[in-house]
Every structure is written in C-alpha cells, then in structure tokens.
Design a protein around this ligand. Structure first.
Ligand SMILES: [Zn+2]
Length: 184
C-alpha cells in the first residue's frame, strides 16, 4: 500500500476543480526482470477529477531506473516520463467491456486508489532488455561479435556495393531512369 494515493470520493465530488497529486511516492518492488526503479521512487504530477460516477486521472509520471545491459552486463540507467490518462469506475467491466484497452480501473465505494494506475504505467514503460548504448559491442566483440563483421551500413549499400550479381540490375535501372527522363 502506498500512502497519499487514496483519494476520498466525497472530497473529489464536492470540489469543482480537480484534485492535484504532486509528490514523490515510494513503491515497493517496481521492477521488470533486473530493471528496477531507483528507490522505488516515482514523481507524480496528476489530477483526479470526478466525472459522473467515475474518476478520471491524468497527468505525468516520472521515474529513474537502473538495469544491466543485455550485451555487456554493464549498469545502465535511464528514466521514464509518461503521460497517463485513466478512468476509475465502480463497475469497470460493465462500462468498458469491449476490450482490454478500454478497461477502467476499479473504484472503491468511498475512495479512488491511484496506486495501480501509477504502478501499471511505470511497469509498462520499463525496458525489457536495456542496452548501454546502440553501439554496444558486448563483453568480447572479437570472439562474440554482435554486429555484422563488414561493419554498419553494408546492408544498406545494396547494388552500389559492387556485388557483380547486381551489376546487370544496375544497368537496367540506369536505362529505366534515362527513359523516364526523356519522357518528361
Ligand atoms: Zn553494453
């Protein structure tokens, strides 16, 4: 349970303007594999607003994470910065039963608990297998190359790379372009 994320419905419904939740909140066990939110700390800038019998939560969620590079096992750090907008409803299935993406979060009888909203948002945004960088060569590039030995870009070069099997196509392509130029 996380303090500060349970909002009494009576208060939400009495006020005309949204209730804001701007604070750092500590979660237990916010991790995916070995990617873990630093200290479980999540920075919230949320608004909760009663709309009819529902509560709409929107705003931003930020957190820093650490993990290990999937290639070289070095420590990797990063952060998530999310825009969230979710609905809490007394009867989530009844109102939004037409698919997983339309599901609402459950709303208790007398309070709106934002914890599952925040927890899900962060967990979905954490990388499953982070890299220390796009250029990471792994722990031993000589013996276990992670990239094509001919180097980056060789695949994109295509016919211009000089492969004789493509030479005939080059000629055809050039001829076609020439005809196209004449016709215009
Ligand atoms: Zn790496």
């Amino acid at each position: 349970m996380v303090d500060g994320l349970r909002l009494p419905l009576a208060v939400l419904r009495r006020r005309s303007e949204p209730r804001t939740v701007v604070s750092d909140v500590l979660f237990d066990d916010l991790r995916v594999g070995d990617v873990v939110v630093v200290d479980g700390r999540v920075a919230l800038d949320l608004e909760a607003e009663a709309r009819g019998s529902d509560v709409v939560v929107s705003g931003t969620v930020r957190a820093a994470w650490t993990g290990t590079c999937r290639r070289c096992l070095a420590e990797v750090v990063g952060d998530v910065d999310l825009a969230v907008r979710e609905v809490l409803a007394h009867d989530p299935d009844g109102q939004f039963g037409d698919g997983p993406s339309g599901d609402a979060y459950p709303l208790a009888e007398d309070e709106a608990d934002l914890e599952p909203v925040v927890r899900d948002a962060v967990l979905l945004a954490l990388p499953l297998s982070p890299l220390c960088g796009e250029a990471c060569d792994g722990p031993d590039p000589e013996r276990f190359p992670t990239r094509s030995p001919t180097g980056p870009g060789s695949e994109q070069d295509g016919p211009a790379g000089g492969d004789p099997r493509w030479a005939a196509l080059d000629v055809l392509r050039d001829a076609g372009e020439a005809i196209g130029d004449d016709g215009s």
